[in-house]
Design a protein around this ligand. Structure first.
Ligand SMILES: [Zn+2]
Length: 130
């Protein structure tokens, strides 16, 4: 399947690929509503953040089908189920706090913003949702 560009720096495959899904043979494909939500997530949050940050932003987890969400122990009503959330990180863990601060500074329209798996003050990833 051809990949779909969601915004200048983000492609759909970054939000649907999952090592867990691959390992367990779980399908993780978006429908048109999920695709629209992911596009908005990129347009209004991730792309402006990427431009300001000036470095790549990596997506650990984006869209999750019900089956995948269960497999990774996601919340029952997780925004990941709707393509409205992403778990993101910088190349260097130490820059994750900078990413978090930028999201606040830029007043990006996030509905959820969480530091996850914080170790010694540094989040392993940041959960953002619209
Ligand atoms: Zn998340």
């Amino acid at each position: 399947m051809n990949d779909i560009k969601l915004s200048e720096h983000f492609n759909l495959s970054e939000f649907t690929r999952s090592a867990t899904a691959r390992r367990l043979g779980i399908k993780n494909e978006v429908n048109s509503q999920h695709l629209a939500n992911l596009t908005n997530l990129c347009r209004y949050v991730l792309e402006p953040l990427r431009k300001r940050f000036g470095q790549p932003i990596y997506v650990n987890s984006g869209y999750r089908s019900q089956e995948l969400n269960r497999a990774v122990g996601g919340a029952v009503k997780s925004f990941h189920l709707y393509g409205r959330a992403a778990d993101i990180r910088a190349a260097n863990l130490s820059d994750n706090n900078k990413l978090y601060a930028l999201i606040k500074e830029l007043r990006l329209p996030v509905h959820e913003l969480l530091k996850e798996q914080v170790i010694k003050g540094i989040p392993t990833w940041i959960h953002v949702a619209i």
